[in-house]
Design a protein around this ligand. Structure first.
Ligand code: HEM
Length: 133
């Protein structure tokens, strides 16, 4: 099989299952953050109600994966490192976030190739949110 080129046009958005697939991923991600003991350090930084975070991360990932720029259209422009500077994110918090994401990705019906690609790509902005360690 020809190696897929994610990151070109909307290939990643399609591989993620479009907006429905992204919403499923994000929903799973925040359910894990809410329940895993090892992510309580980052859960505590979030508001009690995760509704806005759920909706906004999905809007953001749509554009970030090459699909419709929903966050920009519905909320405005955002710099991910700039937005997160108000939170005390070090290595442990970054790892906790990526751990929830890895587990959420593992639960999706994505190809192994896309699972690996997506987690690797998300580790780039995650690293840029870190302000200490
Ligand atoms: C590195 C670890 C990360 C931590 C600890 C973290 C933590 C947070 C927190 C505490 C909030 C606010 C939630 C609330 O208001 O209840 C938030 C919002 C958000 N995060 Fe992160 N985050 C991380 C990484 C990322 C990454 C890598 C992305 C993008 C790929 C991202 C995208 C967003 C978006 C789009 C929002 C919503 C912004 C808004 O309210 O308009 N985060 N994050």
């Amino acid at each position: 099989m020809k190696k897929q080129t994610f990151g070109v046009g909307d290939a990643s958005y399609q591989a993620a299952g479009g907006i429905d697939g992204i919403q499923k991923l994000v929903s799973c991600f925040y359910d894990l953050m809410d329940s895993l003991p090892e992510s309580q350090n980052i859960r505590a930084m979030h508001r009690k109600d995760l509704k806005i975070a759920r909706s906004r991360l999905a809007l953001f990932l749509s554009g970030w994966l090459g699909g419709p720029k929903l966050y920009q259209e519905q909320v405005g422009s955002i710099s991910i490192p700039g937005f997160h500077r108000r939170f005390d994110i070090g290595s442990a918090e970054k790892e906790a976030w990526l751990n929830c994401m890895a587990k959420a990705i593992a639960e999706q019906r994505y190809s192994d190739e896309f699972k690996n690609y997506l987690l690797e790509q998300l580790s780039i902005p995650a690293e840029r949110c870190r302000i200490r360690d």
